[in-house]
Design a binder for this molecule. Structure first.
Ligand SMILES: Nc1ncnc2c1ncn2[C@@H]1O[C@H](COP(=O)(O)OP(=O)(O)O)[C@@H](O)[C@H]1O
Ligand SMILES: [Mg+2]
Length: 347
């Protein structure tokens, strides 16, 4: 075969893999380097698999995670973190990467979906770091040295994409002299349906039950009707959430007090995030500082692009029209808040 035909073939096969992974708007924002890394993560042979718990222990790091996670070395030497999660959380890890690529912030390592030893999961570029944010007290000091744009962008990303777990263990940090690089990992829980007012804790949909027959399909989310659960027990929680909710989830929630709940759209929506510490004093994703470029890019988000970002989740239960439009609704809240602050500072 001629060199030129080989070249065309190589180009075509690259383009096909690429097109099957990312489509147009997100691809446009993806650098060549990310593209190559994604391809390697997708196709290279595996030469070594280690349990992430052993890796972290060897590095003298705090082990604080729940899913089966492995550190995998590929034939070219690059390493990836493979995580087996269910209910679309793996596809959401990919969506978070694509969203960050489209927006231009924050840094989420290249992530793909791959089946390894018969198990499907998210496979993300491993980023070696020199700082452990899981050590209590460390993170606030270090983040004081981060660029204010990076902190604001992280919070704006969290709010818009729907990452409600805003604690430091979802970040990796690299510190070099006076600069701090924030790496955003563990975004699977963006798949939960939620309602949130900017500057407050979100309500997450925890259980659905047709027999609730709420008949409120045209009404807005009733934040004002939220009830606080005082001294809940496993039984009282089950009465509210329904008996089909697993005991494990009830126990977990009881450890997450204060708990508030609202019944809406035949489902129970719970705010259990009041215990979160956040990264810099704000327990939830909130900022009053908005980099102009960030707002410009947020305004470019539309339903088509969001569908493209979540294209790996097509067919999964969480991916409803309501879920997709709620991202735009949160984007609108951010832009409205930005406009408010701008008009106030102009007067
Ligand atoms: N891309 C990555 N680069 C380096 N380390 C990672 C990466 N992703 C995860 N880890 C490490 O693996 C641990 C578990 O991964 P994580 O996604 O947080 O799992 P879980 O969802 O169970 O909390 C993290 O706390 C971190 O130490
Ligand atoms: Mg984690």
């Amino acid at each position: 075969m001629k060199r030129s035909s080989l070249h065309v073939l190589h180009y075509l096969s690259t383009a096909i893999i690429w097109a099957s992974v990312y489509m147009i708007a997100v691809e446009e924002r993806m650098g060549n380097e990310d593209f190559i890394i994604c391809q390697r993560l997708l196709t290279e042979n595996i030469v070594d698999i280690k349990d992430m718990r052993d890796v972290l222990k060897m590095q003298n790091r705090i082990v604080r995670f729940s899913h089966p996670v492995s550190l995998i070395t590929l034939e070219s030497g690059i390493q990836g973190v493979f995580k087996h999660v269910s209910n679309g959380e793996d596809a959401c890890e990919v969506a978070a990467f694509k969203a960050a690529k489209f927006l231009g912030f924050p840094y989420v390592p290249p992530t793909v979906l791959r089946t390894i030893n018969g198990t499907r999961g998210s496979f993300q570029l491993y980023i070696p770091t020199n700082f452990d944010p899981a050590h209590r007290g460390n993170i606030a000091l270090v983040l004081k040295k981060a660029h204010p744009d990076d902190i604001a962008n992280l919070k704006i990303f969290y709010f818009v994409i729907g990452q409600w777990d805003t604690e430091a263990h979802n970040l990796l940090i690299n510190r070099h002299n006076d600069s701090v690089k924030i790496i955003v990992i563990d975004n699977g829980c963006i798949c939960s349906h939620k309602h949130v007012k900017y500057g407050e804790y979100p309500f997450l949909k925890l259980s659905a039950d047709e027999s609730l027959n709420t008949q409120d399909w045209n009404l807005p989310f009733p934040f004002e009707r939220a009830k606080t659960l005082i001294s809940p027990t496993q039984e009282s929680l089950k009465d509210i959430l329904g008996s089909s909710v697993p005991d494990g989830l009830c126990k977990w929630l009881l450890a997450m007090q204060p708990l508030k709940y609202v019944v809406y759209h035949n489902a129970c929506w719970v705010s259990f995030t009041g215990h979160l510490k956040g990264i810099d004093g704000h327990p939830f994703a909130y900022t009053t500082y908005y980099p102009e470029k960030t707002i410009e890019q947020l305004k470019k988000l539309n339903l088509e692009i969001i569908k493209e970002i979540f294209s790996d989740s097509v067919g999964l239960e969480f991916l409803t029209e309501e879920f997709l439009t709620s991202i735009l609704e949160r984007r609108d809240q951010i832009v409205a808040h930005y406009n408010l602050f701008k008009s106030r500072s102009a007067t």
